[in-house]
Ligand binder design. Structure first.
Ligand SMILES: NC(=O)c1ccc[n+]([C@@H]2O[C@H](COP(=O)([O-])OP(=O)(O)OC[C@H]3O[C@@H](n4cnc5c(N)ncnc54)[C@H](O)[C@@H]3O)[C@@H](O)[C@H]2O)c1
Length: 397
């Protein structure tokens, strides 16, 4: 496929500007690539040292693609991408997407951009409301503007969120929390966020803006932009530090500490394993016909947070008690809890042949095993060489 300029003229990247060399690859190999290939894609991941971004990086490297991650490590961690640093097809830049000097070069190199960099998590959003708005809105626009500036137009995947459904009602007019026959939020639902005086809404407001910007840039500049509304991804490398529920429950259950359920636990969520999330994002982006679409990405199995706590406790065979913490205590003022977050997946399943591979039980079991292995590693690291020598001497004497 030859990319098109807004004027309709086909261009190749070499006609626009030289490709800058990727870590470890001879420039000649890079220059041989003329059009967007099915394999060996150049993938730029902003926020790629975060939870979903690092799983995207792993997925694309495994597929044989080349990956460039940019991340300021504000909530992400170098340890999330450490395993790929020596990979010849991987490159890491530590930078703030708002001021990164190499952004233009990087987008010109890229066949596909996943713009994952954002301020995420209830605790962060409430503690840093301005930072959330500026990073999420200005960061996204900077990426879109850079991508639209050249003849070569990379595909762009914009991750939005289930939070944009805010307080949307079901098609029958009821609140999702009251509807017995609720089949999930559909992409064509009206988006009803609460008052902007409540800081918690800054996050969906920023993501709604990203959606509108992405689709508008796509139309104006002939770019393939896909908006994926993500519903609660869970899995390896997710941190519980910023309010994410499952990693917190797993850590608490494995440590034998109280499992802290915020509110009364009747609120429900629908969790999707991140390995399914990234495969779905790739499958959707790989289909040209999906450009310009807004598509829910998640799993529609619904579970209450109390039932999730019981599931984690049971699979970890933990003696931890389940403790209920009022929202006010957990988050302070400024939070409004949304009671139900279930996606309608009709559109997703119609737009891709990929089907979920992970059940919630398998994910939870996997996370419990990883947490146990981490605790064991931490125990071994805590074993200082001096202690080992003293121990040896005791054994000898
Ligand atoms: N995890 C989910 O269930 C979920 C649900 C809906 C939407 N999303 C969206 O998916 C994306 C990734 O989320 P995640 O869960 O992996 O969160 P995350 O916090 O793990 O990842 C975000 C990454 O962006 C980086 N970052 C933040 N500001 C930056 C900046 N100015 N410059 C460069 N890097 C910056 C962080 O260091 C982090 O590594 C976000 O856009 C989020 O809104 C996630």
């Amino acid at each position: 496929m030859k990319p098109k300029t807004p004027s309709g003229l086909p261009v190749s990247r070499e006609e626009i500007r030289p490709i800058y060399p990727v870590h470890g690859l001879p420039a000649s190999q890079e220059l041989a690539l003329k059009t967007r290939p099915a394999h060996g894609l150049h993938v730029l991941i902003t926020g790629g040292a975060g939870f979903i971004g690092s799983n995207l990086a792993e997925y694309h490297l495994h597929k044989g693609d080349k990956v460039h991650v940019v991340d300021d490590l504000s909530t992400g961690a170098l340890s999330n991408v450490e395993a790929f640093l020596s990979h010849p097809h991987f490159r890491f830049s530590q930078a703030d997407i708002l001021v990164w000097d190499d952004l233009n070069k990087a987008v010109t190199w890229a066949d596909r951009i996943y713009h994952m960099a954002a301020v995420v998590g209830v605790h962060k959003v409430l503690a840093e409301p301005i930072h959330c708005l500026s990073t999420n809105i200005a960061g996204c626009e900077r990426v879109l503007r850079a991508a639209s500036a050249n003849g070569w137009k990379p595909q762009i995947v914009i991750p939005s969120t289930a939070e944009v459904y805010g307080e949307a009602h079901t098609s029958g007019g009821a609140l999702p929390s009251e509807a017995v026959d609720f089949t999930g939020f559909r992409e064509d639902a009206e988006l009803v966020v609460g008052s902007t005086a409540i800081k918690r809404w800054n996050y969906p407001v920023s993501k709604i803006t990203n959606e509108a910007m992405g689709l508008s840039y796509g139309q104006a500049f002939g770019m393939e932009v896909l908006v994926a509304r993500l519903f609660n991804s869970v899995g390896p490398r997710q941190t519980g530090r910023y309010g994410m529920v499952l990693p917190r429950f797993v850590k608490q259950a494995v440590a034998g500490e109280p499992i802290t359920v915020y509110g009364d636990g009747t609120q429900t969520r629908s969790f999707c394993d991140v390995r399914d999330t990234v495969a779905l994002l790739d499958a959707l982006a790989s289909e040209l016909g999906n450009a310009g679409e807004i598509i829910n990405v998640g799993n529609n199995r619904e579970i209450s947070i109390h039932a999730l706590a019981r599931l984690v406790k049971e699979l970890a065979q933990s003696a931890s008690p389940i403790a209920f913490v009022p929202y006010r205590v957990a988050y302070g003022e400024g939070n409004v809890e949304t009671y139900r977050r279930k996606p309608d997946l009709t559109k997703l399943l119609a737009h891709t042949a990929y089907r979920h591979q992970w059940t919630l039980e398998a994910t939870v079991q996997d996370l419990i095993e990883r947490e146990r292995a981490n605790m064991e590693d931490a125990r071994l690291v805590a074993w200082r060489p001096d202690d080992a020598r003293v121990f040896q001497e005791c054994m000898v004497s």
